[in-house]
Write a protein that binds this ligand. Structure first.
Ligand code: SF4
Length: 204
């Protein structure tokens, strides 16, 4: 990722929210309702990072409350990971979409937009201080690792970051929502199996 522009030190999630609300370092900030920063436990065993807020998250201002978030909650429970002991966020803080009639259709952020938002994610990680990270999909993996990651080839694996934090790679739960109905259960089980790689972090 390119060097981050200079910006003031972020010392709370409220500050991160305010700073990202005002941010226009990429075009997405202009079209979204509001920025959405992460929520959950500070200093958690696990911080899960998705792509960007979705339609419902953009309106409500909270991460992972839509269909993908519900699926993630179900998968974490199946993997034996207490969601209340995690922190969930996104690599990109504003919702990118295109209008089709009155519907706002999700659009994946471009590489330059992921790069622009990267310093906010790193501020958030520095603030939250997780023991380990989960990259939910290729956008999160790219931002967390600073390079393209072949998610399908490396899912279920831990990748080390230069700062020593380990990143567990898996799919974004929204990918499971697009799987054909007959394959959905197997896809869910494979997702749970990936997440189970992080279960040992919660062992007492
Ligand atoms: S998506 Fe990120 S970089 Fe782009 S305007 Fe929003 S906060 Fe800034």
């Amino acid at each position: 990722m390119p060097d981050s522009p200079p910006h003031r030190r972020i010392e709370s999630l409220a500050q991160l929210k305010a700073a990202t609300m005002a941010c226009r370092e990429c075009p997405i900030g202009e079209i979204a309702t509001q920025s959405v920063v992460g929520e959950g436990m500070l200093q958690p065993r696990l911080m899960l990072v998705g792509e960007q807020p979705g339609d419902q998250e953009d309106l409500a201002g909270h991460p992972f409350i839509g269909p993908a978030g519900k699926l993630l909650a179900r998968a974490l429970e199946a993997a034996g990971i207490p969601r209340e002991q995690t922190f969930v966020s996104n690599a990109v803080k504003h919702f990118k979409f295109e209008l089709r009639g009155k519907r706002r259709i999700h659009k994946s952020p471009a590489v330059r937009e992921i790069a622009a938002c990267h310093h906010w994610l790193e501020d958030e990680i520095a603030l939250v201080k997780p023991a380990a990270l989960v990259a939910l999909g290729s956008t999160a993996a790219r931002s967390l690792m600073g390079r393209a990651v072949p998610v399908m080839a490396q899912r279920g694996q831990w990748l080390p970051r230069p700062d020593g934090l380990q990143v567990l790679v898996t799919l974004h739960p929204s990918a499971l929502l697009r799987v054909d109905a007959e394959d959905r259960e197997a896809a869910f089980e494979a997702f749970v199996a990936d997440l189970r790689q992080a279960k040992r972090l919660f062992a007492r």
